[in-house]
Design a protein around this ligand. Structure first.
Ligand SMILES: *Cc1c(COP(=O)(O)O)cnc(C)c1O
Length: 376
C-alpha cells in the first residue's frame, strides 16, 4: 500500500502576508476599484516612475506579462521576419516564444557549464549574418556578466534585450539588471521576486524613443491622450491598474525581500556544505537574488523522491532545454547538440527558498537534504 504524504514544507507560499502588508494591498485594490482606472491610468504611471527609479533606468513601461515585455521590446527594435535572435536553451520557454511571436527565429545556444549562463564567447561564436539581437537571461536571479557581451554586440551591430524576469533588483557594478542592455524585461507573475496578484510585466530602457514605441505597441498603436489615432499596428498588452497598485506596495519591500533571500541562501549554503551537491554560485562581480535556489546532483531524481518522502517539495527549472521541447524540436539541433544545457537539465533541482519561510523551515530542509542517501 502506498501512503500519500502531504508536502509539509511547500515549494513556495504566496499566502503568508503579514497583516500590515495585507491591509495595504487590499487598500490599494480598493483605491483602483473606486477610481475605475482598470487599465493603464494613474497607478500604472506612478508604478512606472517608481520602478524606473528603483532600477536606475530612464524609462519604464508597464505591460501585460514578461512575455509581452520581450515581444514589445523586439517589436520596438524593429525585429521580425528574417531576423535571428540568440536565446540560451536553458531558459523558461517564454524567452524563445517571444522571439517566435514577432516572426523572428530563436537561435538556441548553449550556456557556460559552471554558471549556467550566457557568456560573451558563446554569443560571439553563435553570431550569423541574420543575427539581429541576443537575449541574455539572468537565470534564477544570478546576473549574467553583461559588459563583455555588450562589447561583442556593439561590434557586431546587434541589439541586446535582457530577460530579467527572475532577477528584479539584482545589482552589478555597472548598475541593476535591465539597465545594462538596450532594453530590460521583467515579469510580475505572482511567484517572481516582485509579483502581482495576477499577470504583469515591465520594460525598462534608457532610450526615450524605444519607451515611446512600447507605449504605442502595448495599446493598439494609440496614445491614451489621442484615442482613435492608430499610429502603428499594436496589441492589447497593457498593465492593469490593480496590478500596478499591488506592485507599488510590494516594490517598497523588494529590497528587504531580496536581502532575506540572499541571507536564507547563505544559511542554506553553509548548512549544505557537506552534502554531495553542487551549490549555486554567486557570480563574481555580480549578484544573485535567489529567485530560485538550484542545486545540482548526479542523483537528482533519487534526491527529489527522498525529499518528497520527507515532506519537502522541490521542482526542476527546467527539465527540458528549449531545443528539446516538442514546440522547438528541430532536426538540425538534436539531442547532444547543446551539451551543457542538456547535462544541467538532468542534474538541477530547485529547493524551497522564499522570504516568508517560517522559523525552522530552512533547518528542516537542510536536515532532509543531508539525510538523503545516494541510490545503492
Ligand atoms: C517568468 C519568465 C518569463 C515570462 O514571464 P510571464 O510573465 O510569465 O510571461 C520569461 N522569462 C523568464 C526567464 C521567466 O522566468
Amino acid at each position: 500500500m502506498t501512503v500519500a504524504v502531504a508536502h509539509s514544507l511547500p515549494f513556495v507560499r504566496l499566502d503568508r502576508h503579514d497583516d500590515d502588508l495585507f491591509a495595504e494591498l487590499m487598500a490599494a485594490v480598493e483605491r483602483v476599484a473606486a477610481s475605475s482606472a482598470f487599465t493603464l491610468g494613474d497607478e500604472v504611471e506612478a508604478f512606472e516612475h517608481e520602478f524606473a527609479r528603483f532600477c536606475g533606468a530612464g524609462h519604464a513601461r508597464g505591460v501585460a506579462s514578461g512575455t509581452d515585455a520581450i515581444v514589445l521590446s523586439l517589436r520596438a527594435l524593429g525585429i521580425g521576419w528574417g531576423d535571428e535572435v540568440m536565446v540560451p536553451s536553458n531558459s523558461f520557454i517564454a524567452t524563445a516564444e517571444a522571439v517566435s511571436l514577432v516572426g523572428a527565429t530563436p537561435r538556441l545556444v548553449d550556456v557556460d557549464r559552471a554558471s549556467g549562463l550566457l557568456t560573451a564567447d558563446i554569443v560571439a561564436a553563435g553570431l550569423t549574418p541574420s543575427t539581429a539581437c541576443v537575449i541574455p537571461v539572468h537565470l534564477y536571479g544570478a546576473t549574467v556578466d553583461m559588459a563583455p557581451i555588450m562589447r561583442v554586440a556593439r561590434k557586431a551591430g546587434i541589439a541586446v534585450v535582457e530577460d530579467a524576469c527572475q532577477a528584479h533588483g539584482a545589482e552589478t557594478p555597472e548598475g541593476r539588471v535591465g539597465t545594462l542592455g538596450d532594453l530590460g524585461c521583467f515579469s510580475f507573475y505572482p511567484t517572481k521576486n516582485l509579483g502581482g496578484w495576477g499577470d504583469g510585466g515591465a520594460v525598462i530602457t534608457g532610450h526615450p524613443e524605444l519607451a515611446e514605441r512600447i507605449s504605442l505597441l502595448r495599446s493598439h498603436g494609440e496614445f491614451p491622450s489621442r484615442r482613435h489615432s492608430h499610429l502603428v499596428v499594436g496589441a492589447t498588452a497593457r498593465l492593469d491598474g490593480i496590478q500596478a497598485a499591488v506592485l507599488r506596495v510590494k516594490l517598497r519591500r523588494l529590497e528587504e525581500w531580496n536581502d532575506t533571500r540572499r541571507e536564507l541562501a547563505a544559511r542554506l549554503g553553509s548548512a549544505l556544505a557537506g552534502a554531495a551537491l553542487e551549490l549555486p554560485l554567486v557570480p563574481c562581480d555580480g549578484d544573485h537574488v535567489f529567485h530560485l535556489f538550484v542545486v545540482r546532483s548526479l542523483e537528482r531524481d533519487g534526491l527529489r523522491a527522498q525529499l518528497a518522502e520527507a515532506g519537502v517539495a522541490t521542482a526542476v527549472h527546467y527539465p527540458t532545454p528549449i531545443h528539446l521541447t516538442e514546440a522547438y524540436a528541430d532536426p538540425a539541433q538534436p539531442k547532444g547538440s547543446l551539451p551543457a544545457a542538456e547535462e544541467l537539465a538532468g542534474r538541477i533541482c530547485s529547493l524551497p527558498l522564499f522570504p516568508a519561510m517560517a522559523e525552522g523551515e530552512l533547518e528542516r530542509l537542510a536536515e532532509a537534504v543531508l539525510a538523503a542517501r545516494p541510490a545503492p
